[in-house]
Design a protein around this ligand. Structure first.
Ligand SMILES: Cc1cc2nc3c(=O)[nH]c(=O)nc-3n(C[C@H](O)[C@H](O)[C@H](O)COP(=O)(O)OP(=O)(O)OC[C@H]3O[C@@H](n4cnc5c(N)ncnc54)[C@H](O)[C@@H]3O)c2cc1C
Length: 355
């Protein structure tokens, strides 16, 4: 029997399972999935979990059950490529014939002193639960600083403002305008939404230091009761510590077939992989489909493709609380209730197909 081991049951890992398990797995191949969480978590909704507007259970999806799938609950701490073993914390190593590493990402603090110690996070389910707990236990009038006004910072700030309109929310944005990579109309719409909902946007900010309950913007101190970091991500530590060429965010540089240039049995997936687009759930799923193609060809003894067509992305959908949203679809901006409905629809469809 050959063993395919998948590390991480996130969007990428789940897509590989859903492509292979129905009837695409050869007789002599089994799959082992390893995750530190006993179910698939819908990371794209962590902002709502942290804000307290959805329950934990709403963003969990069970891993599939199948006679040829073994699910191992454990913390991956490294890979021994020579022995073809996955190293786990406080457990025996797991051997593999082919390995897919899809362990997602972590916060990147850009060397800002104190940021890792004194800020909260929404990058893992465990950290989002801690963030939920501190945000929702704050007394009225407390100040919440959110550092980073990309998609997750914007979604968290808006959701929190609806969840707790008694808090003072300050959103620190590095750019001249919020979401400056998007067309003007869209970024103005989001800015106006925040003005209407009493969220203070601090543009051109540069957080230089963080201390307990204090942010330093251009070295000027600002008191906050809770600080949440949404200002950057990097590949999972397991990938950052592996040998091999990485990009500036610690993501592994791969062959066009998505395996390591020096080891065709180790694939790297999703937020861990250096790909020509910003990391996203859609991208992880698109890449997973291509990895499945490579695995199937290899198992059938067929020649591998030299390259794949670029992964097609459908666009970006963002929420502003439960009723409003924004989107870039086919390079066209969309704002308002329809954008929000589309976002809810995508989530509903995902749960319907995977739940
Ligand atoms: C607030 C927020 C909103 C977002 N919104 C969108 C959106 O609207 N659209 C979109 O496309 N993308 C969105 N993203 C990005 C998207 O969530 C990620 O790009 C996507 O989850 C990456 O998928 P993945 O399979 O690489 O990793 P993940 O989905 O993060 O899965 C990684 C898995 O690995 C497990 N794991 C991690 N480390 C270990 C370890 N050491 N040992 C064992 N298991 C481990 C985790 O438990 C997890 O199950 C959003 C992200 C955030 C934070």
């Amino acid at each position: 029997m050959k063993k395919l081991v998948i590390l991480g049951g996130g969007y990428g890992g789940m897509k590989i399972l859903s492509e292979l398990l129905p009837n695409n797995l050869p007789e002599d191949v089994t799959i082992t999935l390893v995750d530190r969480v006993p179910y698939h978590c819908l990371k794209t909704e962590y902002y709502a979990l942290a804000a307290g507007t959805i329950s934990d259970k709403e963003i969990r999806v069970s891993f599939p059950e199948h006679p040829k799938l073994e699910v191992v609950f454990g913390e991956v701490i490294g890979i021994d490529r020579e022995e073809k073993n996955v190293l786990l914390k406080d457990a025996q190593p797991i051997s593999y014939d082919d390995l897919v590493i899809g362990l997602g990402c972590e916060d990147k603090y850009h060397g800002v002193p104190g940021a890792d110690q004194y800020t909260y996070s929404i990058q893992s389910i465990g950290k989002s639960r801690e963030t939920y707990s501190v945000l929702n236990n704050l007394p009225p009038g407390s100040v919440v600083g959110i550092v980073g006004a990309g998609l997750s910072g914007v979604e968290l700030a808006s959701e929190l403002s609806e969840s707790r309109d008694d808090l003072q929310i300050k959103l620190f944005d590095r750019g001249k305008h919020i979401l400056s990579a998007f067309p003007d109309r869209l970024s103005k719409y989001v800015e106006n939404w925040f003005v209407k909902h009493n969220v203070e946007i601090i543009n051109n900010s540069n957080i230089t230091k963080v201390e307990e309950n204090t942010l330093y913007n251009h070295d000027k101190s600002i008191s906050c009761d809770v600080i949440v970091w949404t200002a950057g991500i990097q590949a999972n530590k397991v990938i950052r510590e592996m040998e091999g060429e990485k990009d500036s965010s610690g993501r592994m540089v791969l062959t066009p077939q998505h395996f390591l240039p020096h080891d065709e049995h180790v694939f790297v997936l999703g937020d861990c992989a250096s790909l020509p687009h910003a990391p996203s759930a859609q991208l992880a799923e698109g890449q997973a489909e291509q990895i499945v193609e490579v695995l199937k060809k290899r198992w059938n003894g067929e020649e591998l493709p030299d390259s794949f067509p670029p992964i097609k992305l459908k666009g970006v959908l963002g929420s502003l609380g439960k009723k409003h949203g924004f989107a870039m679809l086919a390079d066209r901006p969309l704002t308002g209730r329809v954008a929000r409905l589309l976002k809810s629809g995508v989530l509903w469809m995902y749960k319907f197909h995977n739940g």
